[in-house]
Design a protein around this ligand. Sequence first.
Ligand code: PEP
Ligand code: MN
Length: 334
Amino acid sequence: MLVVMNKNATPQQVEAVVKAIEANGYTARPIPGGDRVSIGVLYNKGAVDHHRFSGMAGVKEVIPVTRPYKLVSREFQPEDTVIDVGGVRIGNGNLTIMAGPCAVESEYQALTIAEHVKGAGADIFRGGAFKPRTSPYSFQGLGEEGLKILAKVREETGMPVVTEVLDLDKFDVVEEYADMVQIGTRNMQNFSLLRRAGHSHRPILLKRGMSATVEEWLMAAEYILEGGNTQVVLCERGVRTFVTHSRNTLDISAVPVVRRESHLPIIVDPSHAAGYRDQVISLARASIAAEAHGLMVEVHHDPDHAMSDGAQSLYPAQFETLCKHVHAIFEVFR
Ligand code: PEP
Ligand code: MN
């Protein structure tokens, strides 16, 4: 349930509502809005009698929240959330493109790709330092050395950087170097990692689990918001299906559903959805046509020798084409 205060409600009136909610055994979570405060009622088991609060001084209305997710839901917050990643905005009217290699392989590789993607119009640089690999024999990433290279990329190009965290014990170091912390598909329901992300001072990029429903995904985001970190961007990256012509199946319908259900921005990763570079531009175009707020795209200057995901990595010239096309599509909605 959400208690929406009048625009001119006093801090004392807000405090009185918070106390009344707590006196009923619930948790009150005030959410400052543009011009008014709303107060979320959490940890209620079953319906809350709204008459307890609707007559209180300063209360405009009481809205029942019917969804299992609360803080991430549109019922809770009708306005789109806009996330700031090192000065780059994501959500509501912005088209934000993150691009870079699957994995940071060397300073030369990262800087070379960063110059290319920046020139083509990327806003944020991506690159894995800790890589979740199916095989223990595959390249696992450069670890902290990779994080240092990412910091160098930011310094040289001015682009903020996003990188994945795999484990709780590496969260502090990833958070120290990255402008945005990514939680990947394999960790979407790693609840201790989600709880740690809830205490992070960095924005979180939460990828959809490869077999997760939209509801499970939004519940995972709820863990982060519940912990106090409201800076979450969702990323659709394809789900497992029976097909073999692509690595995953991009669930385009997740974009309008998430936009309807949540105020959080949603971007699409066409690279991991496709698995093959010849599908990536089409999926990127479709994603922006479906009104995703941005993209995360894998790009490599020498994909044939990439240490991971070379087959789905675009050549720099292809990425330039992608940027041109998606910006043109984005203009249709402006
Ligand atoms: C990645 O973005 O590098 C990655 C591993 O993606 P996902 O978690 O979607 O597989
Ligand atoms: Mn990859």
